[in-house]
Design a protein around this ligand. Structure first.
Ligand SMILES: [Cu+2]
Length: 172
């Protein structure tokens, strides 16, 4: 899933298996037409920002508890960038959190931003950085996917689809 957000071409092939043979030669205009408008809109900014999202998933327990978002962020540019926030209509408030051990107790602390070095990678994973989907709505249900917008210090955004999985899932 590393290349999930890399190119529109691969996304189109994944989402339209019956058309896979057309993908290598299909024109940009035709690709856009084949993709649902939402998918095209979601993917285009990913390439523009030079940032890609690998293996996104949301750990859902029950609707009355916050769900945690995990992924790996790749900065494919030669300039350091900061993730400064996230939003999703499915989550109510969406926060950047970091799990830390404080005096022997695991706590979740809000973080203002997370730096991704030039050509570097940052993992959001259980026990560390995560997105906190504070008030999961009805759209957050196992087997569905939730689009989450990631906001960066250069003003650009990247939208990724986060599949919703149960608490026992390792996210692979
Ligand atoms: Cu949290």
């Amino acid at each position: 899933m590393k290349t999930l957000m890399r190119t529109v071409r691969e996304w189109s092939c994944m989402r339209a298996p019956g058309r896979a043979r057309l993908c290598p030669t299909i024109s940009a205009a035709a690709r856009a037409a084949l993709s649902a408008g939402f998918i095209a809109a979601a993917i285009a900014p990913a390439a523009a920002a030079g940032v890609s999202v690998e293996n996104p998933w949301l750990r859902f327990i029950i609707a009355s508890r916050p769900a945690a978002g995990y992924f790996t962020l790749h900065n494919d540019t030669g300039t350091a960038i900061e993730l400064t926030g996230a939003s999703s209509t499915a989550c109510g408030m969406l926060m950047l959190h970091q799990t830390k051990e404080v005096n022997g107790v695991e706590k979740m602390l809000p973080v203002k931003s997370v730096a991704v070095p030039a050509h570097g990678t940052v993992s959001f994973a259980p026990g560390g950085y995560h997105l906190m989907c504070v008030s999961p709505g009805a759209a957050v249900a196992q087997g569905r996917s939730v689009p989450i917008v990631l906001k960066f210090s250069d003003g650009k955004t990247v939208t990724a689809d986060f599949p919703v999985k149960g608490p026992g899932n390792a996210g692979k």
